[in-house]
Structures are given as structure tokens and as C-alpha cells.
Design a binder for this molecule. Structure first.
Ligand code: KG4
Ligand code: ZN
Length: 368
């Protein structure tokens, strides 16, 4: 089946078209086309994502991104001028105009992110999906963004995932360890008690005078420090590294970095970036190891924007040495951050899951 994925939970307007087949044990996907339109340059001057600004940009960008994606997948044949998108026109009018010209396309399912994320931004995607679903008579399925980050490792992969799988999710809003018995059975083992790891990167970057998003900036500085062999003389904390649970906490590390900078006016920024990154890496590795020891997964999945971090990727790939029997799956850097292919895949698995649900009598069924 052909699935259109739509992602607008944060500051990327992303649309993807995939071909999906197979069952829940051996799902297979082929990406027909995928577009990610980043709003980073707009939010940069505010030092972070402004929800209502994100919503407005999504509303503006969704149709041009859709047209671009359909065209790349060879699903749209009408001549350009016939559905021209006018920049200064109301996005609703542009969409109406487009839908009047393009009555129906060969798409079987629309998957749209319903959360977690910034609500105004999510609504932009949901309303867009509803409109085209209605007019083209295509069913819509809501997709969980974090589930998307888990299944991002399935993109361009032909092998069958062996369960149980342990997933470490590290993004701008979430830090979680999740145990999967299969694609339909997930258990959250632990999560951050305060800041998400990506959020800590972004906040520390701001303290260092770096621009948003902070992850890639800190990574660049840390890399430079390693190349020059420059180290901070102080050790920043590795939060909750000895706690017996699978929870995380990054606000203490953030505050320790802030105090260090306050007390050391001439702090070497690249050394601070390196020490901060090392502290994060050590914490994530240690918690993941503890979860591996306890749950003996066959597969380790790491998803979310922070796994775009080069040093972190290298460290996790080293896991193969300590755990040769565990298959380690990490999405390529370009698919670690938000995209709509992962949302289309989530939609497909979600659909299979609902088809699989056995009908059973539930005498006490109530609304929820
Ligand atoms: O998954 P994602 O694209 O969006 C959310 O769902 O939040 O993750 C974005 C987060 C941001 O906090 C960003 O700073 C971080 O991922 N990030 C990185 C790197 N690239 C993006 N963090 C560390 N190193 C990177 N290279
Ligand atoms: Zn994300």
C-alpha cells in the first residue's frame, strides 16, 4: 500500500511517500520520496522554537512540500501552472485551489503525527491531513512521534528485527528507555525526570553563545577540543549514573555547566563543550548498559535527533565489542532528526496492529 506521512510536531514540515508491505513480523518499506523543510532559520533568532510561528510556517509550507513530494514520487502529472501556489495567498485558498484541480491520487493511507509535540504545530498537520483525506477519500491514522523515532531504523533496511528490542530515545523533548516485545507491545523502562537530553544540549549551547539548535554546535566544538587534545580541568557530573532505575536527569548537569561558566569568566568554550558532551555520552551509555544487562535484548535501537551526534554514534557502535550478540540499529544521521518517513512507517504498523486486534466481548466496556 502507498502511504503519505505528514510530520509537523516541531520545526520541520516533513512529508514522505512510502510503499509498505508485509506483516508485523516482516514489514518492508520503500521510500518513494521524502521532503523535510526546516524552519530553523526562522526560530534561530528567538533561540528556540516559537510554537505559533511554527504553526504559521507549517500552514504555509505544507502544500508546497506536498506538491514537491508528490512530484518526486511521480504521483502528480498536472502541469505546474495549473496548481501554482501563491505565496501571498491564504494557505487555505491555495489548498482549495489545488484540491479542485487534483481530484484523487493513488494513496491508500495518510499517517499524521498527533503527538507528542507542540500543539499549535501538530494541529497544522492534522488539519491539513483531514482536509486532503476528506477530499481524496483516503483514511487517516494518527501516529506517535516517538514511535516514529523507534521505527526510523527500519528505513532502507531489509532485515527482520529480532525481539525483544531495547530502544533508547533521545530527542529535543524526550529521553526514554523502552522495551519492545514486538512492534505492538512496548514498556517504558525509564525517562528523564526533568530536561530531555536534546534540550540540555540546546540550553548549554545558548550559555556558550552558540545558536539553535545547540546539538550540532556543541558537537562541532567538542570535536575541535578532541582534535586539539584540550580538556576541561573540572569534571562535570554524570547525573543518576549510579541510580538503580532507568530514569535520567539532565538539569543538574546543565546547572553545573552554568555555574562553571559563571565562576570561570575565561572558560575555554571548546573544553566545556567536550566535557558536557562526554558527561552526556557516559550517562547514556551507562544507563543503556544497565538495561541491556537486566533485559538481555536481541536488538538495540537508538532513535531521536541526538543520535545524529557523531561522538555518541561512535560510542554506541563500539557496543558491538561488548555485546557481539546484540544487533545495534542506529538510523543514518539524516534520518535521526525529524522526518515523515518514520511517521508513514508508524502509520503502517499501527494499521496492522488494529487489524490484528482480536474481537472479544468486553461486558464492562465504557468510554475512555
Ligand atoms: O528528534 P528531533 O529532531 O526533534 C524532536 O523530536 O525533539 O531532535 C532535536 C534535538 C535538538 O535538541 C537538537 O539539538 C538535537 O536533537 N541534535 C543533536 C545533534 N543534532 C540534533 N544533539 C547532539 N548532537 C547533534 N549532532
Ligand atoms: Zn523528533
Amino acid at each position: 500500500m502507498i502511504i503519505l506521512g505528514i510530520e509537523t510536531s516541531c520545526d520541520e514540515t516533513a512529508i514522505s511517500i512510502i510503499e509498505a508491505k508485509g506483516d508485523l513480523k516482516t514489514p518492508r518499506f520503500k521510500v518513494l520520496s521524502s521532503t523535510v523543510n526546516s524552519q530553523i532559520d526562522i526560530h534561530k533568532e528567538y533561540g528556540g522554537v516559537v510554537p505559533n510561528l511554527a504553526k504559521r510556517e507549517h500552514q504555509r509550507n505544507l502544500l508546497p512540500v506536498l506538491i514537491d513530494t508528490l512530484r518526486k514520487a511521480n504521483l502528480l502529472e498536472i502541469r505546474d501552472t495549473e496548481y501554482e501556489v501563491r505565496e501571498n495567498k491564504d494557505p487555505k485558498e491555495n489548498l482549495e485551489n489545488f484540491l479542485n484541480k487534483v481530484p484523487k491520487l493513488a494513496i491508500d493511507l495518510i499517517a499524521v503525527t498527533v503527538g507528542p509535540g507542540l500543539e499549535p504545530a501538530l494541529w497544522a498537520g492534522i488539519n491539513f491531513a483531514k482536509k486532503i483525506g476528506e477530499r481524496w477519500n483516503i483514511p487517516i491514522i494518527g501516529a506517535n512521534h516517538m514511535e516514529g523515532h523507534i521505527v526510523s531504523v527500519l528505513i532502507d533496511r531489509e532485515e527482520t528485527i529480532v525481539f525483544p528490542a531495547l530502544a533508547l530515545l533521545i530527542s529535543g523533548g524526550h529521553t526514554e528507555l523502552v522495551l519492545l516485545k514486538d512492534w505492538t507491545d512496548k514498556e517504558k523502562l525509564g525517562e528523564t525526570q526533568d530536561d530531555a537530553v536534546g534540550e540540555a544540549f540546546d540550553k548549554v549551547a545558548r550559555m556558550l553563545g552558540l545558536s539553535y539548535p545547540g546539538g550540532p554546535e556543541i558537537s562541532r566544538l567538542a570535536e575541535e577540543a578532541r582534535e586539539k587534545n584540550i580538556k576541561l580541568e573540572t569534571r562535570l557530573p554524570r547525573p543518576m549514573i549510579h541510580s538503580k532505575d532507568f530514569n535520567f536527569s539532565f538539569s543538574g548537569l546543565k546547572t553545573a555547566t552554568l555555574y562553571y561558566l559563571k565562576n570561570n569568566n575565561n572558560a575555554n568554550k571548546i573544553a566545556v563543550a567536550r566535557e558536557f558532551e562526554d558527561a552526556v555520552i557516559e550517562t547514556l551509555l551507562s544507563k543503556t548498559k544497565a538495561a541491556i544487562e537486566k533485559y538481555s535484548p536481541k536488538t538495540l535501537i537508538i532513535g531521536g535527533g541526538v543520535i545524529a551526534n557523531k561522538a555518541l554514534r561512535e560510542n554506541f557502535l563500539q557496543f558491538n565489542k561488548s555485546y557481539p550478540d546484540i544487533k545495534i540499529l542506529i538510523p543514518p544521521q539524516s534520518l535521526a532528526t525529524d522526518n515523515a518517513t518514520m511517521i508513514a512507517i508508524t502509520g503502517y504498523l499501527q494499521k496492522l496492529k488494529s487489524q490484528n486486534q482480536n474481537l472479544k466481548a468486553q461486558g464492562n466496556l465504557s468510554f475512555n
